[in-house]
Design a protein around this ligand. Sequence first.
Ligand code: AMP
Ligand code: MG
Length: 335
Amino acid sequence: MSLITLFLSLLLTQLDLVVVERAFFVMGTILEFELYCENKKSCNDAVFEAYSEVKRLDDMLSNYKPDSDLSKLNSVAGKRAVVVPEEFFDITRRSIYFSRITNGAFDITVGELVRLWKESESKNVIPDENTVKKIVSECVGFDKIMLYPRERKVFFNSSCLSIDFGGIGKGYAVDRVVGILRERGIRRGIVNFGGNIYAMGSPVGKSAWRIGIRDPWNKDKVISYIEISDMAVSTSGDYERYFEIKGRRFSHIIDPRSGFPVSGVHSVTVLAKSATEVDALSTAISVMGIEKGAEFVDRLSSVGVMMVAGDSKSALVYRNDAFKKFELNHALNNP
Ligand code: AMP
Ligand code: MG
């Protein structure tokens, strides 16, 4: 076969691909697929397997389900060590790794703080500083998690410590989903799990997927477009999920060191190869804020970041070079 016929037959098989779009509600958010497959059935089968995988992860990592491995572990905090599934152990270990490299800005031990802020929302009272401080010193801190790799056991050095995988679980699920889709031969598609996106290959006839980054002050507006292929992107924002107390909005992201919800940065978008990594880092950088966040990403190679702070009339937008490389145009013009 000549090169030209090879190219043409390759192009024809690509043009034959069908597009399948599906969405599910799982882990408290929407899991969306847009996939290119050889036929509808292969896409549907792959989507079903991927969705089942996310449900399996939810059964393991959820802190809403009383029977999840996480809930079982949280319920014996400070009392005894628990043997956990290998995957659970790995996710915990990776979460601690992100705590270390972010100087504690990312910390899955925020569980008790999240509970306090939720309770404060339902009572409509801002928690007093002493209560917050007490929880921070007694119930929070990744160094209070003891890992015993040989026995695959986990022990909490505090009886009020509680793990919350909300800042990393969806990203991890996206990486697993992409693995399944690839195993099934899917090379082109988009997976979006509540703002944690993976772009596989590109749409037919194009070199990359175009993804819009939302304006944190106006959900229907896009402030920037990026074009990516075989990359993950995650946005953490204070505009979609928040606690509302006495008419004031508080971000759902909490600084584990102060115990208070973060303020100032409204959205952080991170771009890299792994969905787990970008999920953890977008949460962590939201805690760090623009200055420290920019310093932090400077030290990482090939991680793109865009942060939006300020207010709708005078937005402050920061993006590093690794981000600009994938950016299409700037709707907000800031240095
Ligand atoms: P994300 O939307 O990925 O930024 O994750 C936010 C969720 O992660 C929150 O709803 C909490 O469940 C949890 N969380 C809040 N603050 C932190 C933090 N500093 N580190 C890790 N997880 C956090
Ligand atoms: Mg996150």
